[in-house]
Ligand binder design. Sequence first.
Ligand SMILES: *Cc1c(COP(=O)(O)O)cnc(C)c1O
Length: 338
Amino acid sequence: MAIIRLSRKAYFNNLDIIAQKVGAVSKIAVVLKDNAYGHGLLEMAKLSHEYGIRAAVVHNSNEAEKIKGYFETILVLAGHEYSVDEKIHYAINTLAQIEKMPAGIRVELKVDTGMHRNGVSMREVEEALLLITKKGLLLKGVFTHNRSADTLSSEWFWQRKNFEKVKKQVSASQTTYGYETPRFHSSNSASAFRYKAFDEDLVRVGIAAYGCLEMDLTLEQPDLQPVMTLTAQKIATRTLKEGEHVGYNATYRADKEMLVSTYDVGYGDGLLRAASNRYTTPSGEQLLGRISMDNSSFTGDKEELVIFEDANRYAEAAGTIGYEVLVGLHPEIARVVI
Ligand SMILES: *Cc1c(COP(=O)(O)O)cnc(C)c1O
């Protein structure tokens, strides 16, 4: 069985760094969407609670229900069914969505400040506030999302300016509509590390908490540690003679006699096949031939092999980003907190 090990020490180290950056543990909302980026929803919810985190962000209501016991507020980014629940906040992504929402639920208004993916446009903010009031929804937050916070460019500053305008508008309309002061937030992991002095109410932190934040080299490089290690167990070892091939379609040819072992992890577990023939483990074993559904072959004969300690290194070999490597890992792989 492949096993995912989760380091409590690494996670708490990352949360320490983030808390220091944003000024308080109470400003951290951990993003636990998509099975906590493949780390395991319940495992990461429990660890977050243990650390003292009070806020979470998830993708859907199903995830929110599962972790309700561990947090004070949970923001659901893409809700379709709504329930009146003190802890659950639903993101508003369009004006039309407001019409479908039942009275009494807690909402956070997402505003499009430049990413052009989700959220009402800046021109629609006033109308959204009016509709929220008319429908009897409780406005708890106003937020946006950056498209290029990890990139050294002026875009982050431009979106921040836009969000400042939104904040002003929401504050100016407060007495007209009578809502309490909502929490304002715009930062994901990369954005939080762009601030000299973080001054928002909340950070929605995903990838940095898991220790896999990658920023342009000229930007701040916090000392984060990957939380997840993926390991696999050996199924078989054989000695290849020169000229013999490994795996489907014989894409790897041994150029000398060599020891090769097969491990019980494959693309069925979520190990991206695109890295076939292109990856070397942290301890130096070379991935040989094509990754199969439940198997992959590496040099050497270790009983247990660490496939990766840093998802970003595997992602490089697969031509993608660490996020995709992490979220793709099958939920049924055992998650063990160490
Ligand atoms: C996923 C997500 C985040 C977290 O992003 P990271 O880069 O992992 O920190 C924050 N906000 C929203 C709206 C998201 O969808």
